[in-house]
Design a protein around this ligand. Structure first.
Ligand code: DX5
Ligand code: ZN
Length: 219
């Protein structure tokens, strides 16, 4: 039995009641606050930027898991460190010099994450996995909440788990997109350590209870 981490995605929160929703996460069984930053260039949507992350940080009591869906993320590594990010995840597809980017994230005292788009194969991490604290496997095309889960994710998670074992690293596997109580158990069985859930949590009648149930199911 493994204890899975739950990271509710604030993208699905009610921005008019952001403090309330951050505090709901604080008081729930959730482990991290998942924060999606989109630039309208890397992905076809703009979410929120630094002032909103600062507002989240003001109330959040759990680690900030920041997912950058932006081009040239190197420009903002120190900014997100200053905003209190614990984990900073960049996209494989947005980094020409990924090794350098990961070293810069660690030098800024954050855990370094790499996100893979649905079309990006896991084997591309073969020579960098030992430098990655967390791989975020995108189970939808990044840019929007509320999309349906891509089934091919399971085999990617298995392949990634095998790579992590082969290289004997302690890299965590995070799943992002379309996570619900229907796929949570199969994902952790395949090797997932962290489940991000946006719509499934925040659009439910009782988000705190939904987080608890998700964590229980995914054990
Ligand atoms: C998608 C974001 C996700 C999103 C997940 O680009 O990275 O974190 O908020 O939302 P759901 O859980 O609704 O698919
Ligand atoms: Zn995300």
């Amino acid at each position: 039995m493994s204890i899975v981490k739950i990271a509710p995605s604030l993208l699905a929160a009610d921005f008019g009641n952001l403090q309330r929703d951050v505090e709901m996460v604080n008081n729930s069984d959730a482990d991290w606050h998942h924060i999606d930053v989109m630039d309208g260039v890397f992905v076809p949507n703009i979410s929120y930027g630094m002032p909103v992350v600062k507002a989240i940080q003001k109330y959040a009591t759990k680690p900030l898991d920041v997912h950058l869906m932006i081009v040239d993320p190197d420009r903002y590594i120190q900014t997100f460190a200053d905003l209190g990010a614990s984990i900073l995840t960049v996209h494989y597809e947005a980094c020409t010099h990924l090794h350098r980017t990961l070293q810069a994230i660690k030098a800024a005292h954050m855990k370094a994450g790499v996100a893979l788009n649905p079309h990006t194969p896991v084997h591309l991490l073969e020579d960098i996995i030992q430098d990655i604290d967390l791989v975020c496997v995108m189970s939808v095309n990044p840019g929007f909440g509320g999309q349906s889960f891509i089934e091919n994710t399971y085999q990617k998670v298995q392949a990634l788990k095998a790579l992590i074992k082969k290289k004997d690293t302690s890299t965590l596997i995070e799943i992002d997109g379309g996570v619900t109580s229907s796929n949570a158990k199969a994902l952790t069985d395949a090797g997932a350590d962290v489940l991000v859930a946006g719509s499934f949590v925040f659009k439910s009648d009782n988000p705190s209870q939904t987080i608890k149930e998700l964590k229980e199911i995914a054990k």
